[in-house]
Design a protein. Structure first.
Length: 215
């Protein structure tokens, strides 16, 4: 393992700290990637977003990187607009392995010339102010109210009021939970529990929500 990351005037100390805490295999990888980003874009700015090192240019994210227990990842913010078909596929597929695939050693990285070419292209996209196309949200499927849930809600005005004021996702959680029951006995137990929860104003997964944990 080589020495710890050294401070540089244009470096964010939080990223230094992030890199210094990584597994031995990851430190040289992220140090090298960081150096290439600065080589390709001397005016790049560093920051931490969502717990990961990010690099911004012209007010927009250029790229980001992260180190995990057994691998590293690197992402181009506008990878879906870049020329390389593999980068585009990885970007549009939102792979958890990043746009360069799973990186476990320096040998997994593209050659420096290739990596710099990617970075120059990313820089140019930011310089031109080219934006990622807005994602078209998928239309929510209409929820089909199970007959037994409908009858149970109609018999309990407080639970019914809760259900009607729930978000789409909260309503969907209860309907799916009920429909996923494998036996009639399980379904009846779930229906009874659902009505009790909703009578108390609780969503299906309230036990995992901070609001209800603290109450």
């Amino acid at each position: 393992m080589t020495g710890k990351t050294q401070f540089h005037p244009s470096h964010d100390k939080r990223i230094d700290a992030y890199i210094n805490k990584l597994q031995d295999f990851a430190e040289p990888i992220l140090r090298h990637l960081r150096a290439l980003v600065h080589q390709a874009c001397p005016e790049v700015e560093e920051t931490i977003k969502w717990g990961m090192p990010h690099f911004t240019y012209k007010g927009e994210i250029l790229c980001s990187m992260a180190g995990f227990k057994e691998h590293c990842v690197f992402l181009f913010w506008k990878g879906a607009l870049m020329q390389d078909p593999v980068l585009r596929e990885n970007a549009t597929g939102e792979t958890a392995m990043g746009h360069l695939g799973k990186i476990t050693a320096m040998e997994d990285l593209p050659e420096d010339d290739q990596m710099l070419a990617y970075l120059y292209e990313a820089v140019e996209l930011n310089e031109k102010g080219i934006k990622l196309p807005k994602k078209i949200s998928k239309k929510k499927a209409d929820l089909v109210m199970p007959a037994d849930l409908k009858l149970a809600l109609e018999a309990n005005s407080r639970a019914l009021d809760t259900f009607e004021n729930f978000s789409y996702s909260n309503q969907k959680d209860y309907i799916e939970w009920l429909n996923e029951a494998k036996t009639e006995a399980t379904r009846k137990r779930r229906l009874m529990t659902a009505i009790i929860y909703m009578e108390e104003g609780k969503p299906r997964n309230w036990k995992y929500m901070k609001k209800w944990k603290e109450s």
